[in-house]
Design a protein around this ligand. Structure first.
Ligand SMILES: Cc1cc2nc3c(=O)[nH]c(=O)nc-3n(C[C@H](O)[C@H](O)[C@H](O)COP(=O)(O)OP(=O)(O)OC[C@H]3O[C@@H](n4cnc5c(N)ncnc54)[C@H](O)[C@@H]3O)c2cc1C
Length: 457
């Protein structure tokens, strides 16, 4: 029997479940289909479990070096308890999602699309809807090299039940570096192998360079301009692996207990997408317009699977709110939504945070992007050591970089590496997204002594 809903959402990650809950709150009949556990990558294999690991890593680092004049006698880490905390955190947040979705019909099944746009469930049911939203997310990408199947991906790294003695991380992007930073702090000998000349592609060059040197000083070996070419068992009784790579044109090898491949993510499409007339780009992402509409009327795509915006949970959630506003206004007023009344997403100021120790953040244009966009830029770099709170707490390494349009005075971008990056990013993002000028910043009274004063002009 075919069941009809106002909206069917495929995928219960941060894009899908936020959208389903928001539209159900408008009184519409919403179904959500999830083949795995609710919460998606973010809750089950991404943002939340990695931050449990990063929090354990931060605690381990501060336990071994608490503060000038304070010495820890014994530091003991029970990785089983770290994993248990991770699981409890995930479970409790899953309960919150179940509560948020209580007004929706929840199908635990795999969904595919039929040629006429209906949603076929693996359980056999056929669903139809006025609106369909594809929020099926992404999965780790795999480098096509010999022995790739011997590597673990971020999903498996988060499921390890012990900290390996050594790990090679292929990829110096955000996920690879967060894993490298956390496992290193927990006692693992980590080497990062990055293909590009610098880590953190897309970040401001000064911030990436400084973070690389700070992580190197923590004992993480970072090899840049190096291409992984093959993975093979080391051939001894240890069960370790050999990673072959070329650096500066020369073949090299290194041996590690685990090889983590963190080379980006690829979209996950429900079966039948293309045959029901939904356009997909040449990298496999669903093509959407500025309102997240696909090429098939009534079908939207949001989050990692869509070809708009960085692959981040808060981007998926913002896109969910954008689509929810359209569906609610369309259905409640019985008119086609007026795109002018729907708030746009400012992709240019979406914040990115790197939860390494120390961490980093970025919002707005990098210096290179501002210059290539034709701005005459003023660049102010302030070392963290200039700040009183940083000196008082003895966390003085780092840098904040403020990029300003010299003509209008508008702050175009703020980039940071140093202590408390995740807590500081929202301040920077508000400045950039609300188009504040350097003059407005200089009128702002920042509380003393805090790291927020690093932005005082
Ligand atoms: C290790 C790691 C750390 C991360 N850390 C951060 C971070 O700190 N901050 C941040 O903003 N982002 C982070 N991310 C990225 C973030 O997790 C994703 O951007 C976010 O989860 C995307 O949300 P989504 O709703 O688009 O998709 P997902 O969260 O991937 O959810 C998609 C859901 O769809 C389901 N699904 C797929 N196909 C079907 C089908 N055919 N039928 C039914 N269900 C289906 C999947 O099972 C999944 O549950 C991290 C990612 C990783 C891997």
């Amino acid at each position: 029997m075919t069941c009809h809903h106002d909206l069917i959402v495929i995928g219960a990650g941060p894009g899908g479940y936020e959208l389903a809950a928001a539209v159900a709150a408008c009184g519409l009949d919403v179904a959500i289909v999830e083949r795995d556990a609710p919460g998606g990558t973010c809750l089950n294999r991404g943002c939340i479990p990695t931050k449990c690991l990063c929090a354990a890593a931060d605690a381990a680092l501060s336990a071994t070096n608490p503060a000038p004049g304070v010495f820890a006698r014994d530091m003991f880490m029970d990785f089983g308890a770290v994993r248990a905390h991770m699981q409890q955190t995930v479970d409790s947040l899953r309960d919150d999602i179940a509560t948020a979705l209580k007004s929706c019909t929840y199908y635990h099944a795999q969904a595919s699309l039929t040629a006429d746009g209906a949603v076929q469930l693996s359980s056999g049911q056929l669903l139809t809807a006025t609106h369909v939203v594809i929020a099926t997310g992404s999965t780790p990408a795999i480098l096509p090299i010999d022995g790739a199947d011997l590597a673990i991906d971020s999903d498996r790294a988060l499921a390890l039940d012990a900290v390996p003695a050594s790990m090679a991380v292929i990829g110096g992007g955000v996920i690879g570096l967060e894993m490298a930073s956390a496992f290193s702090a927990l006692g693992c000998k980590v080497t990062v192998v990055e293909f590009l000349p610098e880590i953190l592609p897309g970040f401001d060059a000064d911030i990436a360079r400084r973070l690389r040197s700070m992580l190197s000083r923590r004992g993480i070996k970072i090899i840049t301009s190096a291409a992984a070419t093959a993975i093979a068992p080391a051939g001894d009784a240890s069960g370790a692996y050999t990673l072959c790579y070329t650096a500066k044109g020369k073949p090299q090898t290194l041996t590690a207990d685990k090889i983590l491949m963190a080379v980006g993510r690829r979209p996950v499409l429900p079966e039948g997408v293309e045959s029901c007339g939904i356009a997909v780009d040449n990298r496999g992402f669903i093509t959407v317009d500025e309102l997240m509409r696909t090429s098939r009327p009534g079908v939207y795509a949001i989050g990692d699977v869509a070809d708009r915006g960085p692959m981040l949970a808060h981007v998926a959630s913002a896109q969910a709110r954008l689509v929810a506003a359209q569906i609610c206004s369309h259905s409640l007023q019985g008119i086609a939504s007026d795109s002018a009344s729907i708030p746009d997403i400012d992709f240019g100021t979406i914040p990115s945070v790197v939860f390494t120790n120390p961490g980093a953040y970025a919002t707005g244009l990098t210096q290179a992007a501002a210059e290539s966009a034709g701005y005459k830029v003023t660049v102010r770099k302030t070392p963290v050591i200039s700040n009183g709170y940083a000196r008082a707490t003895a966390h003085t390494d780092g840098l904040v970089k403020v990029i300003t349009d010299a003509d209008s005075g508008r702050v175009l971008g703020i980039h940071y590496v140093g202590p408390q990056a995740p807590a500081l990013v929202a301040q920077a993002q508000l400045i950039v997204s609300h188009r504040l000028t350097a003059a407005a910043l200089s009128r702002t009274i920042f509380p003393h002594p805090t790291l927020t004063e690093l932005l005082a002009l």
